[in-house]
Design a protein around this ligand. Structure first.
Ligand code: SOE
Length: 419
């Protein structure tokens, strides 16, 4: 379709820290590498601080910046709201945007509670009747090797799903002096490792197996109960660097905030540092999940292995272009995991990118997310994961919290003789 004929899709992004930066990369690249039925237009980025938002707009490729999301969602040249803010703001923004007739992409986890997620899903259901669509940003579904795994499982290549074992391990909080960020505050983030990275492996288990969870038993652990409060954020100067990390904000290029660093005041961590879960899928298949931000040496190790009646698939994000596939029907003499380098043109999304073996990165899953979202909107369909899918993940997270908090099915072990 010639460029001039394509309908435009005005996009406004709320939040411009780590997720805002990678979402901006996705909006910039999607239309350059994929043939989209609509032309996304990066109209405005919204942030709390006018100067930071202006710098972010310049650096990330947005035409304008603003500080009031409520006014932005009323703009006639904005058709879609991309929510990249902490979880405590997702429900209010998404409900208002859907009510205003804007499509919504919201970062995971969808919300900070089942009640909020239910409200969002109800709003999406009402908006769908008006041709307005909503999606949750579980981007790992769009890593080619994981999409390939989902296709192989759907084709029956591993037979009946027997067992799922999944981990999501990072180590950026292993340092006890790492400051208190919003991600460690339950009122902002909703939970810790459980919702931040555990949500990904809950959603991925549903995506790969095509099943939902039937029940869970969980254990949450907080290793470090208090941390130094982050120093007052310095004021950015134009032309400064843009680094950003999970703590959010722009890195580098700032003048001093003027506050001499005193002895660090401490604040309470109110979320989990690790989540350990046993669960069952609707089919009864047992699942084991682990999410931790204290796993030294694991930087972004999302690992999932699914064993079936006729084989298995195994993946580690730290080797994200590779899927390992085991065909149990092969004779023992030559049996073994096949290392599939998922970079061939016939692999999901790859026709748009590089020649075989050149590999993709973390950001490509976000570009694929934009591609599928725009294609879904143009086709009048709710792209997956929908708000309904996101609500299920929220229910699983809340069930894990409930299980961990109540009288667990815990059996003490009493050694007869004390060692
Ligand atoms: C946590 O460190 C985090 O940034 C998650 O919040 C993101 O969803 C994940 O993609 C990378 O790790």
């Amino acid at each position: 379709m010639a460029e001039r004929e394509k309908p435009r899709l005005g996009v406004a992004m709320i939040g411009h820290s780590f997720m805002g930066r990678v979402h901006s990369q996705a909006w910039r690249s999607a239309t350059r590498f994929f043939d989209l039925p609509m032309e996304p237009r990066m109209r405005v980025v919204v942030g709390r601080d006018a100067q930071r938002s202006k710098i972010a707009a310049q650096r990330l490729g947005w035409v304008e910046s603003a500080t009031d999301w409520r006014r932005v969602i009323e703009r006639k040249d904005v058709d879609l709201i991309d929510i990249c803010t902490p979880g405590d703001t997702h429900a209010e923004i998404a409900e208002a945007a859907l009510q205003a007739g804007k499509h919504v992409l919201v970062e995971k986890p969808m919300a900070n509670s089942v009640a909020e997620a239910q409200r969002m899903n109800d709003a999406a259901h009402r908006a769908r009747a008006r041709g307005v669509h909503a999606m949750v940003g579980f981007t790992y579904r769009r890593v080619p090797a994981l999409k390939l795994a989902q296709e192989l499982i759907a084709e029956g290549r591993i037979g009946e799903v027997r067992q799922v074992r999944a981990q999501y391990l990072q180590d950026w909080l292993g340092d006890e002096s790492a400051p208190l960020s919003w991600r460690l505050d339950k009122t902002r983030a909703g939970s810790g490792a459980l919702g931040d990275i555990g949500a990904h492996i809950v959603d991925l288990t549903c995506f790969l197996t095509g099943q939902r969870f039937a029940g869970v038993s969980g254990m949450l652990e907080t290793f470090v109960a208090e941390r130094p409060l982050a120093a007052a954020a310095p004021v950015p100067v134009a032309g400064g660097g843009i680094g950003g990390s999970r703590g959010g904000g722009l890195g580098g290029g700032f003048e001093a905030s003027g506050e001499a660093p005193g002895p660090a005041a401490m604040g309470q961590v109110t979320v989990d540092d690790a989540a350990l879960v046993t669960a069952r899928l609707i089919s009864g298949a047992p699942v084991i999940l682990e999410a931790s931000r204290f796993a030294w040496g694991r930087k972004n190790a999302l690992r999932i292995e699914i064993s079936g009646s006729r084989g298995a698939v195994s993946f580690d994000f730290e080797d994200m272009n590779v899927l390992h596939y085991y065909d149990a029907t092969q004779p023992g003499r030559t049996a073994g995991f096949t290392r599939i380098l998922a970079t061939e043109p016939e692999h999901p999304y790859l026709e748009a990118w590089w020649p075989p073996g050149h590999g993709l990165g973390y950001e490509h899953g976000f570009t694929h997310q934009v591609v599928d979202l725009v294609r879904g909107i143009a086709a009048g369909e709710d792209p997956r994961p929908s708000f309904e899918d996101g609500l299920h993940v929220q229910r699983v997270l809340e069930a894990i919290e409930h299980s961990s908090g109540t009288a667990q099915q815990w059996t003490e072990i009493h050694d007869q003789e004390r060692r």
